[in-house]
Design a protein around this ligand. Structure first.
Ligand code: PNS
Length: 157
């Protein structure tokens, strides 16, 4: 049985994340979306709010579940017994950062692969940060997030 995890901060989940999760669910028997802390970002939603939003958006995917992680992502991967960690890559600007993390993780545990899925063109410039900025100025969110996430963002701002 092939098990993969998708780590990220998901603050909040976007349609770009969801696309990667859906595609990943076709490639692996089981997929675990793991909410991790990004030390470089201050989160708008707490982990439980983020988990609820992801669970709502993935309710149609029977082989995907969500967990809240802690510590190093590679340690979570070992604990969960996954063979791969999947990250979405949008523009080339993501590449350098992703290679840095993937290489560090490879040095910490070479048996777990990091694999990249290329974002669909329509989502290549969608990020949680952009979405929060649009929400802050009450812009239209339907292209970027689900109706449920859009409602939660509106509550925050
Ligand atoms: O969605 P993001 O914010 O790009 O996700 C980044 C994340 C949370 C996956 C990354 O910051 C992370 O793995 N954090 C946990 C600590 C860790 O393992 N850092 C990488 C080792 S160099």
């Amino acid at each position: 049985m092939r098990k993969a995890m998708i780590p990220g901060s998901f603050d909040p989940i976007t349609k770009g994340h969801l696309d990667v999760i859906e595609r990943c669910s076709q490639l692996f028997d089981e997929v675990i979306v793991v909410i991790m802390e990004n030390a470089h970002k201050k989160a708008l939603f707490d982990e439980h709010e983020r988990k609820e939003m992801i669970e709502h958006d993935i309710s149609h995917l029977s082989n995907v579940r969500v967990e809240i992680g802690s510590g190093l992502t590679i340690e979570m991967a070992k604990k969960l017994g996954v063979c791969a960690m999947i990250r979405g890559i949008r523009a080339t600007s993501d590449y350098e950062y992703e290679v840095q993390i993937a290489t560090a993780n490879m040095m910490l545990e070479k048996k777990i692969e990091t694999m990249f899925l290329l974002s669909k063109p329509e989502y290549s410039f969608v990020s949680s940060s952009t979405v929060k900025e649009i929400a802050m100025f009450h812009g239209e969110l339907s292209h970027f997030v689900s109706d449920n996430v859009a409602a939660k963002l509106k509550e925050k701002y």
